[in-house]
Design a protein around this ligand. Structure first.
Ligand SMILES: [Zn+2]
Length: 693
């Protein structure tokens, strides 16, 4: 296997190597998504593989890497004549930076030159550069949705389409797509997850033996780098040869009907949507057979393929980590393994027999356009509502049990009623959360410039056009009308006589767009005894959980500060992982005195750090409190630290006699005031939520 990675002890490394190899053998497998924590050196492993892909021959001077044997007929640098000069070079490894623009990815027409010099110049993007190589996207979960869509479309079609104001370009873009992500920084939308062929989980090994082996190699390397490198290089070149042989063999690999039915049974049992899972599993099983030197797909090949192709497809819920029930897989494979077909490679049907789908058969027919879950956002939203309730039912803590049936209809307040007759939860023991509900849209006022999302208004690259301006730097998105209007008054002085417009560079105007941004939603939650004693904590947790779900939909970052006892605590530092927020919230202990000022001061700290780290992302503070302060610090002074921060106070005070402390605090913070009950009333019950989104 891939030997280049001697310096890390990583669990899941074998799976990762296998997933990369299967993709290298068969482009139909559809890429790999590598999920794992930081420090697992995912990118080093990917680079190691790219270095071992068989080299490619390309037409000399073609910026689109045309194969001299079969040049792309639509190549913008073509047409290429047979016998044109060619060169042999390593397969490309192209990295797509997270902040890349659409133009950088798909290429762009140089509008400035086109308009002012009359030159039709197309500048190829990264998709062209990655053709016949590897396209590597580190932190693909942080990439703008729009770019992920373009990327996955190109990957599925093997073609890049560029449609611009005056030009449309199409060129071949077939590449091995490898994405990595750290799940702690936020999940991919489920329908995007589904479009990666395979997924692999990696994490740093805690096994002392493996760790020791890595140290041993490191020492050997330091003692004799050349000898060490030579030994590994030999293994690598053996791998490159094996990949090349497997590619050749793949053309003759047969997928017997029995194995195809086995794949269909497994996919159905794991409740995956659409047919993409079946297609990918079949392609991967065939690639695995070729890699293993087999001409006919066996149950072993199906097992290897299913383990990599299914974990992310059976996933429905943003709070539900991918994974596969290996026992169930084993049982299904056993039940369907049957007598392997009598079709050994030398049998009457042979490796290229009439029913063998081979490389160009229906099974490998490309994953594009299949499955009802493609595109759109309905899949994500529908899954969110329904599956959240399922998971909640499984993990509903004490204090809420027995009211599950009522909560969905009546909202979280219903939990308070019956549960109210029970003794208050002892301090420190987590209260539960009920079904989340839809919350009203809370926004940061004004116009931001933060990362794309679905919360506050912002200037953005993909929103609707709201105006035109002179370009700052390179021209992005020509505003034709504004450009013509800018040029029109000068036509006479420029000496125009005939038809057509005389344009100059400083006439050019670009579009200004407005869309929505994601924000940092920082929750500051009173978890003290005054809240727990009123048995409000369940309602509070439900409210915060609902707001967290909302933040997930709106692509916000979230953070959680709580205060109780003597101090405030950052329970969740700002992250894009709403899952982490929900988990921390569920296990949040409550009780003790109420250090409100400490909570506000801690929030101000968190926001100060985040302003440095992510300056474009505007914060929204959501303070969940009854306004009481029974410990430490001057609330007035602490509130001053938050001046200028867009805030919402969720007032948790209840009962017939109210002090109105939260009302006063909201006025001090110039915050929007939302009574806790109103928060849920403003939204709707879970059922409506599902219907609405
Ligand atoms: Zn070409």
């Amino acid at each position: 296997m891939i030997a280049t990675y001697p310096f890390s002890a990583v669990v899941g490394l074998d799976d990762l190597k296998l997933a990369l190899v299967l993709n290298a053998v068969s482009p139909r497998v559809g890429g790999v998504l590598v999920r794992g924590e930081k420090g697992t050196a995912k990118s080093t492993i990917v680079r190691a593989l790219a270095a071992q892909l068989p080299p490619v021959e390309a037409v000399t001077g073609c910026r689109f890497a045309c194969d001299p044997a079969a040049p792309d007929p639509a190549c913008p640098d073509g047409p290429h004549e047979p016998g044109e000069q060619r060169l042999r070079r390593p397969a490309a490894l192209v990295e797509l930076p997270v902040g890349a623009s659409e133009d950088r990815l798909v290429g762009a027409l140089d509008v400035e030159r086109a308009l002012t010099e009359g030159v039709k110049a197309f500048q190829p993007g990264l998709l062209a550069a990655a053709h016949r190589g590897v396209l590597y996207v580190d932190e693909v979960n942080l990439l703008h949705d729009h770019l992920v869509d373009l990327l996955l479309d190109a990957a599925a079609l093997g073609t890049c389409y560029v449609e611009r104001e005056t030009v449309s370009v199409r060129h071949a873009a077939r590449f091995l797509l490898v994405g990595t992500m750290n799940p702690e920084e936020g999940e991919l939308r489920p329908q995007l997850l589904d479009r990666f062929g395979l997924t692999v989980e990696v994490r740093a090994s805690r096994d002392p033996g493996e760790r020791a082996e890595v140290v041993r190699r490191r020492l050997a390397f330091e003692a004799g780098p050349e000898e060490f490198a030579g030994r590994w290089a030999a293994e690598e070149s053996a791998l490159a040869g094996r990949i090349a042989r497997a590619r050749d063999r793949l053309r003759g690999v047969r997928l017997p009907d029995a194995r195809l039915r086995q794949i269909a049974t497994v996919c159905a049992a794991f409740e995956v949507d659409g047919l993409r899972a079946d297609l990918v599993t079949a392609s991967a099983a065939m690639a695995h057979a070729a890699w293993q030197g087999r001409q006919v797909v066996t149950t072993d090949d199906v097992r290897a393929a299913a383990r990599l192709s299914l974990p992310h497809r059976r996933r429905r819920d943003p709070f539900d980590a991918p994974g596969l029930d290996e026992e169930l897989l084993e049982r299904l494979l056993e039940e369907t393994s049957g007598p392997d077909d009598p079709d050994d490679p030398d049998g009457p049907n042979g490796p290229n027999g009439p029913d063998g789908p081979g490389d160009g058969g229906p099974v490998g027919g490309g994953p594009d356009g299949l499955g009802p879950g493609d595109g759109g956002s309905s899949g994500e939203s529908a899954g969110l509502g329904s599956e959240t309730s399922r998971e909640d039912a499984g993990s509903r803590p004490q204090g809420v049990d027995g009211q599950a049936a009522g909560t969905a209809e009546a909202g979280p307040q219903a939990v308070d009623g019956p549960a109210g007759s029970r003794p208050a939860a002892p301090a420190g023991r987590p209260a539960g959360a009920a079904e989340p509900y839809r919350v009203p849209l809370l926004q940061v006022p004004g116009l931001g410039e933060g990362a794309a999302g679905r919360r506050s208004r912002a200037r953005s690259a993909h929103g609707r056009v709201t105006g035109a301006r002179r370009p700052r730097g390179r021209l992005h998105g020509l505003h034709l009308t504004a450009t013509i209007l800018a040029a029109a008054p000068h036509q006479r002085t420029r000496g125009r006589t005939g038809p057509g417009l005389l344009l100059r560079a400083d006439d050019l105007r670009e579009v200004v767009r407005e869309g929505r941004e994601g924000n940092l939603v920082l929750f500051v939650v009173d978890a003290s005894g005054s809240m727990a004693a009123r048995r409000r904590m369940t309602a509070v947790k439900t409210a915060v959980l609902s707001l967290l779900l909302d933040a997930y939909q709106r692509r916000d970052k979230v953070g959680l500060v709580t205060f109780r006892g003597a101090a405030a605590e950052v329970v969740l530092p700002p992250t894009s992982s709403v899952e982490a927020g929900a988990a921390r919230l569920r296990s949040l202990p409550t009780g003790g005195r109420t250090p409100l000022a400490a909570g506000l001061a801690k929030a101000a700290d968190v926001l100060r750090v985040e302003r440095v780290r992510d300056p474009a992302r505007r914060p929204l503070l959501v303070l969940v409190t009854d306004g009481r302060a029974t410990a430490g610090g001057d609330v007035e002074r602490a509130a001053g630290l938050l001046d200028g921060t867009a805030s919402v106070v969720v007032d948790c005070e209840s009962g017939p006699v109210r002090l109105g402390l939260a009302v006063r605090l909201a006025a001090r913070l110039r915050a929007r005031l939302l009574p806790l009950d109103a928060l849920s009333d403003l939204g709707s019950a879970v059922r409506d939520y599902r219907k609405a989104v």
